[in-house]
Design a protein. Structure first.
Length: 216
């Protein structure tokens, strides 16, 4: 399972890239707005830090305008992936952009059938939002598992990019059910890097070694 960073914060992207742990980045209009910077500057900088797909979402509401925005975004950098919402206009734009060779990540997916429609329209990625489903008392990862089975049945090349990840356990389940990618907020990435028993164990190994007065 590939790991992407779900962030528009350039400092977070830089740090995660230095750790060598991320293979792409996802943003959304809320995350980009939070930076207070021009979106083109932020996206270009992210693309210079990470050599992988960088998703950026259209904000138009008609297919025609989404297509125009998508083409503009795609010109920023070859790694830009255009995000379109899974509504009728978004699916029309997905088909049109995909036919022009522009990769699309269909976002705000909450059911396996929405994912199926996105795949049929040529989406390169679909983004099921697991945390937001859990928030309303549903099982986000169960929906991802269904989508994995459906895509396998029909051999869709569309990759399932698990989004709205809130905890390491979301990642474990995403990997268990065979999701292709998970996009993680920076705080979750940090959480999976630390385990108290690892820290305690390492400290003990090092102090025992120091006591032996040997050198390697
Ligand atoms: C994915 O691409 C979205 O940016 C993101 O995962 C949404 O997460 P949230 O539900 O925590 O806002």
């Amino acid at each position: 399972m590939k790991l992407f960073l779900d962030s528009a914060d350039v400092n977070e992207v830089r740090q995660a890239a230095e750790w060598g742990l991320i293979e792409g980045v996802t943003t959304n209009p809320s995350l980009l707005a939070k930076t207070g910077q021009p979106y083109q500057t932020v996206l270009r900088e992210i693309c210079s830090l990470v050599d992988g797909p960088v998703s950026c979402e259209v904000v138009a509401t008609s297919a025609e305008a989404m297509l125009e925005e998508g083409e503009k975004l795609a010109q920023l950098h070859p790694n830009i992936v255009v995000k379109c919402p899974v509504v009728v206009e978004g699916l029309k734009a997905t088909r049109a952009l995909s036919r022009r060779g522009i990769k699309v990540n269909v976002t705000l997916v909450f059911t396996p059938l929405q994912a199926l429609l996105a795949a049929k329209c040529g989406a390169a990625y679909v983004s099921p939002f697991v945390g937001r489903l859990d928030d309303i008392g549903q099982d986000g990862l169960a929906m991802v598992a269904q989508t994995v089975r459906i895509f396998a049945n029909y051999k869709f090349p569309t990759e399932i990019l698990v989004a709205s990840v809130r905890s390491p356990s979301h990642l474990v389940r995403a990997a268990e059910v065979g999701a292709h990618i998970a996009t993680v907020p920076f705080n979750v990435l940090r959480q999976i890097l630390h385990h108290p028993l690892t820290d305690i164990g390492l400290e003990r190994f090092l102090s025992d070694w120091r006591a032996s007065r040997q050198k390697i």
